[in-house]
Design a protein around this ligand. Structure first.
Ligand code: MN
Length: 242
């Protein structure tokens, strides 16, 4: 079970980023979150809770309420459930560096068995969020040779929550955080202020010493080396969504 967050952890340096290390939980809930993420390219990360983790897709152009609009959703690594609370900034130069906003959240419900549907490549589900409601489809496309990730399409189902092409775009209409009411700019500025205050403050040694004692210096060094190696490998892959 713990291995389902291995990729997530391998991509991140938790001594640098404010993102949670998280854990696979035994809790069986149906949380969903959509995080607006201004990384190298702006995208919306859709996360659905299943088996103690958040199954995740980077939706490149964000969700559309128009059933005819198919939005590319690149499946990315599972995230910890704790990640649902994360709003702030990932430092530049780190994996996925950029501002993260909790754009929507709530609960989701699969129409059929979710595990089977994901294996099969067609998940139909309902969202009960603050912004998004009603039925949706996630449909997996065939993997082309050389593609490292599964590409899915996120499509709105035809129902009361659907809109017509001439209606207002939900992404334009609802731009602020559901958690704090802040804009992307406000989140970025607040995170910057926080990081400056942290640098200016006298360094607290307690946390550092404790960590040193626990892991031992040798282990710490090796871990850092391994991590930087992994980081290089990640950069080489060079995908823009993170
Ligand atoms: Mn992302």
């Amino acid at each position: 079970m713990a291995s389902s967050l291995k990729t997530y952890r391998g991509k991140r340096r938790f001594d640098v980023t404010a993102e949670p290390k998280g854990a696979v939980t035994a809790k069986r809930g149906h949380a969903f979150v959509i995080q607006k993420h201004a990384a190298r390219r702006l995208h919306y990360d859709l996360r659905l809770e299943l088996d103690g983790v958040m199954k995740s897709w980077a939706v490149t152009r964000g969700p559309s309420l128009v059933p005819g609009e198919k939005r590319l959703a690149v499946q990315v690594e599972n995230h910890p459930i704790e990640y649902n609370k994360f709003e702030g900034a990932i430092p530049q130069g780190q994996y996925g560096g950029g501002t993260v906003m909790i754009w929507d959240r709530g609960t989701w419900k699969p129409e059929h068995d979710a595990r089977h549907a994901l294996t099969k490549g067609h998940l139909s589900f309902t969202l009960h969020g603050k912004k998004l409601h009603g039925g949706w489809h996630l449909v997996r496309m065939h993997r082309r040779p050389g593609e490292k990730r599964d590409n899915w399409l996120l499509i709105k189902q035809q129902d009361d929550a659907a809109r017509r092409p001439r209606d207002k775009d939900i992404l334009e209409e609802q731009q602020l955080s559901v958690k704090t009411g802040r804009s992307m700019d406000e989140i970025a500025k607040a995170a910057k202020r926080k990081s400056i205050a942290k640098k200016a403050a006298p360094r607290k040694t307690t946390g550092r010493k404790k960590a040193g004692k626990k892991t031992g210096k040798k282990t710490k060094k090796t871990t850092a080396k391994r991590k930087s190696k992994r980081k290089r490998a990640g950069d080489a892959a060079g995908h823009q969504l993170a």
